[in-house]
Design a binder for this molecule. Structure first.
Ligand SMILES: [Zn+2]
Ligand SMILES: [Zn+2]
Length: 126
């Protein structure tokens, strides 16, 4: 499955609306039906970058918040395998990573950690 963004959906045409995000094998919007494989629609459905979750390493207090470069969904090295990742849960776009225990626990920790006292959940991810 791949990640896509539809710029044709009505929401995407409002200011500050980041488009409609969906996950599908082909670039066809499930809401408005726009087929991104047609040449005239190639700017309407755009691919999103898959950002995996790179869980911050808790066993190294000196590098708190830094990950080990291993993505949560597959356990593969991020850099060696050509994957991109982030330790910020709000930035993660990989649906598989979002299901992992490490991600869910990190998100829960952010809710109570005074380091993150700014609500992050409504920040649009582009
Ligand atoms: Zn659409
Ligand atoms: Zn992932």
């Amino acid at each position: 499955m791949k990640l896509w963004k539809c710029w044709n959906c009505p929401d995407a045409k409002q200011p500050m609306k980041p488009g409609y995000d969906f996950v599908a094998e082909r670039p066809v919007c499930p809401l408005c039906g726009t087929d991104g494989e047609l040449p005239e629609n190639k700017n309407e459905i755009v691919p999103r970058v898959v950002l995996h979750f790179d869980p911050p390493a808790s066993d190294r207090p000196s590098s708190r918040g830094k990950g080990k470069g291993i993505c949560a969904c597959s356990g593969k090295k991020l850099i060696a395998g050509g994957f991109r990742g982030t330790g910020e849960t709000a930035q993660v776009t990989c649906p598989a990573c979002q299901q992992t225990r490490a991600f869910i626990e990190a998100q829960a920790a952010e809710d109570v950690d005074p380091m993150y006292d700014v609500p992050m959940h409504d920040v649009p991810v582009g």
